[in-house]
Write a protein that binds this ligand. Structure first.
Ligand code: ACM
Length: 561
């Protein structure tokens, strides 16, 4: 398994942290400090919404939430009304009644108002007066986002899971008019390198929703584990979901050992349906990813005939990029299309991600069978072979009414006609794709790879290396100057990626994700004129109290000095 000199997301010259004891002590100290009351952030009456809304007109006075406050809904807003009641209940102890009716005083009124179309498919108006709260939007998603904003107007204690005594449950008088800058505000979670239990995935979705992120890219397959049940091919999870052990230490560090602990897990189709429904209720689209033709070792371990060499393989126990790749035969293409058929049945969203990154072509180069196929298909080289392979998936998905998305390597050898590009090796792939009329999502290592270190401090938890502080994420501009206004319309938005080689637990994922995902939320939602890093930091300080009440293992803004 030779690492190739291809684009890799392991940062060059990266500071490497082993899984040593020292960072864990650091974390414990940080967690103890973060549990202390933060005086600067005690003033939760201050309006400190993340991400920053389009307009915030503050007034005098406040709306007082009381046990008799009603949540008044219409047919379209009932779901959000009920969710709001559930959110408010544990900390306040109030069992707020959700009722149908006309907006009234003494109530939180949730109204679908089609005349607010100017605010787009996710915008909303939120008015807090001493007498009532009015939420209105042209869509259910807009109403939902407004309810999330309202939650952030209440004292941070409202996010606690247990009854909070002596809190003044008021929201300041304000009028907020809001809508997102981009339609794709995403976060990717890799559950292959380390399996994350369903409960953690649901919690992650909640955390995305709180921050108005609307796309959950679920990286379900890779060399180290296949995590989605496919009924037609049971060995994908019987064999492919389990590895016998995991490499210790950083992939660039040698010598190294193994933990000798089997690791694995997968989601049944029933569980996936549950996650999809949970996300739907929170107006989050899930984009499932099935990796091909590289990052396929777990699948090939399950079904060796899908590989090129025919050699038996085990689910990979190491990190990095390896040479094992799907055989681009008709048999493999049919197999993967059958997999996609089940994936499409499970996930109702528009996009299906087929990976496409870091597919080393050495096995294709040295295989007489693959070379004969390249010749038979009249293709120039292995890149065109990959392009052909992806095109077959593109037309297959298009026939099912879906859209293919892949990492920017799918540009190599020619982009499939319907493909959307996720630009990760910088934004250049995205620029090329947008200029040729394809939609793109910007997700470059330079700004949004949340597996990179948050600082060079020795107290950071183990990570892949690099240095990606909060400020760098905040500064990300998804629209490159190289695009004309017309081309820029192809930039659907931006996405942060959480690869989990060095994140063995949900708590470790949360530490890497927060607060950087807050910056990402603002990149996707807030227009550049409204962005201000210093102002953001003051809001993050308040927001830390909310995260603390939610039990999120965030990295504090002000670590121990
Ligand atoms: C990637 O980070 N390999 C898409």
């Amino acid at each position: 398994m030779q690492r190739k000199a291809i684009a890799s997301r392991v940062p060059a010259g990266a500071a490497i942290h082993g899984r040593s004891f020292i960072p864990r002590i650091g974390l414990i100290i940080l967690m103890m400090i973060s549990a202390l009351p933060n005086l600067a952030a005690q003033d939760s009456r201050k309006i400190a919404v993340v991400p920053m809304p389009v307009t915030v007109e503050a007034g005098d006075g406040a709306f007082n939430l009381a046990p008799e406050t009603r949540i008044i809904v219409d047919a379209a807003t009932r779901n959000t009304g009920q969710m709001l009641a559930l959110w408010l209940r544990p900390a306040t102890g109030y069992a707020l009644k959700v009722t149908r009716g006309e907006p009234a005083d003494g109530a939180i009124n949730l109204t679908l108002d089609r005349s607010l179309g100017r605010l787009g498919s996710e915008g909303y108006v939120l008015e807090v007066t001493p007498a009532r709260v009015n939420i209105s939007a042209a869509t259910e998603a807009g109403v939902f986002h407004a309810a999330e904003t309202l939650r952030q107007l209440l004292p941070a204690a409202v996010f606690a899971a247990t009854l909070q005594q002596g809190v003044d449950w008021t929201a300041p008088v304000v009028r907020i008019e809001d809508q997102p800058r981009f339609r794709w505000r995403g976060a990717m979670l890799d559950v292959s390198r380390h399996f994350m239990p369903k409960e953690h995935v649901l919690r992650f979705i909640d955390l995305l929703a709180i921050h108005k992120l609307n796309t959950f890219h679920w990286h379900l397959t890779d060399d180290q584990g296949w995590r989605i049940q496919i009924k037609r091919y049971p060995r994908l999870t019987e064999v492919g979901a389990w590895r016998k052990e995991t490499r210790l230490g950083h992939e660039r560090k040698s010598p190294h050992g193994f933990d000798k602990q089997p690791h694995g897990g997968f989601y049944t189709q029933k569980e996936i349906r549950e996650v999809v429904e949970y996300a739907r209720q929170r107006h989050i689209e899930i984009v499932p990813e099935i990796e091909m033709p590289g990052h396929a070792q777990a699948a090939i371990a399950a079904y060796p005939e899908l590989g090129v060499t025919g050699q038996p393989l085990e689910v990979w126990t190491q990190w990095g990029v390896n040479a094992n790749i799907f055989n681009p035969s008709e048999k493999t293409i049919l197999f993967l299309q059958n997999v996609l058929t089940e994936v499409v049945e499970l996930f109702p969203g528009q996009f299906i991600h087929v990976g496409g990154d870091e597919a080393i072509k050495d096995q294709w180069k040295s295989s007489p069978e693959v070379q004969a196929r390249i010749k038979e298909l009249g293709l120039k080289d292995e890149h065109e072979m990959q392009s052909y392979f992806i095109r077959r998936m593109d037309s297959f998905l298009a026939a099912k009414g879906r859209r293919l998305i892949g990492w920017d390597e799918i540009l190599d050898g020619g982009l499939a006609p319907g493909a959307t590009v996720m630009s990760w090796r910088g934004v250049e792939g995205g620029i090329t794709a947008a200029k040729s009329g394809h939609d793109v999502v910007m997700s470059p290592t330079t700004h949004v790879y949340l597996d990179y270190a948050q600082s060079q401090d020795a107290t950071e938890l183990p990570n892949i290396g690099g240095n990606l502080p909060l400020e760098t994420v905040y500064a990300f501009e998804p629209l490159p100057a190289a695009l004309t206004a017309e081309e820029a319309r192809h930039v659907l938005g931006a996405q942060a990626n959480i690869w989990t080689e060095y994140m063995p637990s949900p708590g470790h994922v949360e530490y890497m994700a927060f607060p950087r995902l807050l910056a990402m939320a603002e990149v996707g939602w807030t227009s550049p004129e409204r962005k201000n890093y210093d102002d953001f930091l003051t809001r993050v300080l308040v927001h830390e109290q909310r995260l603390r009440n939610l039990g999120v293992n965030f990295r504090p803004l002000k670590p121990a000095s």
